[in-house]
Design a protein around this ligand. Structure first.
Ligand code: MOS
Length: 700
């Protein structure tokens, strides 16, 4: 990709002022002050199963219907239906106030017939509530271990994690005609919500408009239309009024997705010189009532590989992909086991990785990372650290796809007064997509960063009335939208150049747009400013549509991270001192927001390493920490110095970066803790009790 004045710079988010002043309206915020059509908006609420498994003998909404302020009531399950987890939706109401809606829920009578349940993964596994094993084999599989001189084996555990987006899930719906509906939805997939809802309501898709200009995070749990959207639409139709149905934090915890847990028994075999020969992993985990707890294969070179996975069914909400789904768990297992092997071989763990890493880019990244954390000077073998406060170093690897593809239709409009308007119906899930769209247009038109920030430049996204675009999942958004917007801008510029060419008497293909001027490349003093050029337009505006085209994007990224931790051996508290994160993403589009993605991934990774975990009470079948007080998340105090190193590789094209930075963090931290202590905690989160147990200071 050609260098421009904009691409690869540090461009503040175009919507930063709107966000910090509160002008930005998230789904959670919309009401009649932001959209007059929402006048008379009702509040929706959902009644959910209190039991982990039961038959619904009777559900009676008649009392609720007569409650004050209640405008619509719906049963969502028939009598005799079986509910599979605590939190499953049973009925819904819409009322004039939120309080009236909640009161109406408590007036709905439900008679449950409790059924046997299981919420604990190990107990469910033992009881046989599990799939048959799924096996993947390469080379000679487990037989390959006979070529190994050294073998390590251990079992690693990670908990169920919840997505915890800052903005809970939900929708606001208004019917603007008998078969026309407008939906504000906090979603990663505008068009798929539109099309799914149209199918459910039996409407042509163009009669459904979905809007999500700003969203407070999804991390994969907002990657398809969820149950609350059609519920809100039906309540609204029934009540004849707009309905806002935002889930509570507790509902978000119970019923909108989770990241499966994993129990992995890993074996690695190597030659004496450290060359890996064989890898095996037997794993199981639960995706609740759904499946999907399987883990990806390791990124290192293993001639012989054996993977066996079993999905365990429990009476808990279904899983959903969470930022690089299942890769952090897998990396925690693999990279922990590699450090155990390094200790047994007496080898430097970074050298051992470089020796067995098939990725040329990552081999370079290991070296950069090691240098930045001061590996050579600071690393000391496991068990050699003494004292109450012990520091240690560790590392881990990542890999991801991040390629883009067709399916986006962008529009770039140039006005006679010089203004530029860009439109694309993509969504910004917090990664800075709106700014990426703006940068692509500026790159294609040859505009400057200053122009990008001016009132003359306006970008519209987040609305299905704009050109079609795909969902934001798998870190594919940048590589999907950038080429479409660039294409539209390129075509719009070509039309503008025709008028400039006529005026200057220079062939259009000799004109270059750069730095706010359009000029003759053979005689750069001969040219017009952007404003002079656009004044030549014969109509108020020209506009062009663009689509994704090949050649501007790539796929496949590497990455690695190094962590330095300090462990208090008296309290068991782990403090992350520093993380060095080395990542590549092809051409860096916006260095500022790309770094921000890495910082976000590392922060979430620290949270996964040290704090997070769903706790289920196996006796009642209920989640006992379904709130942000008892479900621990990293906050400002837990975020250390994060040194982000981004390799800019424009020759590889645009590649996504959102997910990979979460992958290696927990592995790097676990390895750093083991390095500091000389003993290993093989179960996340690494809480003080587990550290003290590992040190033998409290009974295990
Ligand atoms: Mo991501 S887990 O593909 O939103």
């Amino acid at each position: 990709m050609a260098a421009t004045q904009v691409r690869g710079q540090r461009i503040p988010r175009l919507d930063a002022p709107a966000k910090v002043t509160g002008r930005a309206k998230y789904t959670y915020d919309v009401d009649q002050t932001s959209d007059p059509r929402l006048k008379g908006m009702l509040y929706g609420a959902i009644l959910r199963s209190r039991l982990p498994r039961a038959r619904i003998r009777r559900i009676d909404t008649s009392k609720a219907e007569k409650m004050p302020g209640v405008r619509a009531v719906m049963s969502l399950v028939g009598e005799g239906a079986e509910v599979q987890y605590a939190g499953e939706a049973l009925a819904a109401v819409a009322a004039e106030t939120w309080e009236q809606a909640k009161d109406a829920l408590s007036a709905i009578e439900v008679e449950y017939e409790p059924l046997p349940f299981e919420v604990d993964t190990d107990r469910a596994y033992e009881k046989g509530l599990r799939s048959s094993p799924r096996v993947e084999r390469r080379g000679r599989g487990e037989d390959g271990f006979d070529e190994a001189d050294v073998v390590v084996e251990a079992t690693y555990r990670t908990p169920v994690q919840i997505h915890t987006p800052l903005e809970t899930h939900g929708s606001v719906v208004v019917w603007t005609g008998p078969s026309q509906v407008v939906v504000y939805d906090s979603t990663q997939v505008l068009f798929s919500v539109r099309d799914s809802l149209a199918r459910e309501l039996n409407l042509p898709p163009e009669n459904v408009q979905v809007i999500c200009e700003y969203m407070g995070g999804g991390f994969g749990s907002k990657l398809w239309m969820q149950h609350y959207t059609p519920i809100a639409a039906r309540l609204s139709r029934k009540a004849g009024a707009p309905v806002k149905l935002m889930l509570s934090r507790e509902e978000d915890f119970l019923a909108t997705g989770n990241n499966p847990d994993a129990v992995q028994t890993i074996r690695i075999g190597a030659k004496k010189d450290g060359t890996f020969v064989a890898f095996s992993r037997r794993s199981y985990g639960t995706g609740g009532v759904g499946g999907g707890a399987d883990l990806p294969a390791p990124v290192y070179r293993f001639p012989h590989l054996y993977l066996e996975h079993v999905d365990v069914t429990t009476n808990a909400g279904p899983a959903a992909p969470l930022r690089a789904p299942k890769w952090p768990q897998a990396a925690f297992g693999v990279d922990s086991a590699i450090d155990e092997l390094a200790a047994k071989l007496g080898m430097d763990p970074v050298e051992l990785r470089i020796k067995n890493d098939p990725s040329e880019i990552r081999r370079k990244e290991w070296q950069i990372g090691a240098e930045r954390i001061g590996w050579k000077e600071k690393w000391r073998p496991w068990g050699s650290h003494k004292g109450v406060l012990r520091r240690g170093l560790g590392c881990g690897a990542s890999a991801w796809g991040g390629g883009g593809g067709p399916g986006s239709v962008a529009e770039v409009e140039i006005f006679r007064d010089g203004s530029v308007v860009v439109r694309l119906g993509t969504q910004d899930i917090g990664t800075g997509t709106k700014t990426v769209v703006g940068i692509a247009a500026a790159d294609g038109l040859g505009l400057t960063p200053e122009f990008l920030r001016s009132d003359q430049f306006r970008v519209y996204i987040g609305d299905t009335r704009l050109g079609r675009s795909g969902g934001s999942g798998g870190s594919t958004t940048a590589a999907s939208v950038y080429p479409a917007v660039y294409d539209a801008a390129d075509k719009a510029l070509a039309r503008l150049k025709e008028f400039v060419a006529k005026k200057l008497g220079v062939p259009a293909d000799r004109l270059v747009s750069q730095g706010g001027r359009i000029f003759d490349k053979q005689n750069p003093t001969k040219g017009l400013t952007w404003g002079e050029a656009t004044r030549l337009l014969p109509t108020e505006a020209i506009s062009q549509r663009g689509e994704w085209r090949p050649g501007m994007t790539g796929s496949g990224v590497a990455g690695c991270q190094f962590a330095e931790v300090e462990v208090d051996t008296e309290t068991g508290i782990v403090r992350v001192v520093k993380v060095v994160a080395v990542h590549d993403c092809g051409a860096v589009i916006n260095r500022l927001t790309a770094e921000s993605q890495v910082i976000g991934g590392v922060t979430q990774g620290i949270s996964f390493a040290l704090l997070e975990g769903r706790l289920m009470d196996w006796q009642t079948g209920l989640m006992i920490n379904a709130d942000l007080e008892n479900y621990k998340l990293a906050g400002a105090f837990e975020v250390p110095e994060i040194d982000v190193v981004l390799l800019d590789m424009p020759e590889r094209g645009v590649i996504g970066l959102g997910e990979p930075p979460i992958i290696p963090t927990a592995a790097a931290i676990a390895n750093a803790v083991a390095n500091a202590l000389g003993v290993r905690v093989r179960e996340l989160p690494i809480t003080p009790d587990k550290v003290l147990k590992a040190l033998g200071k409290v009974p295990s």
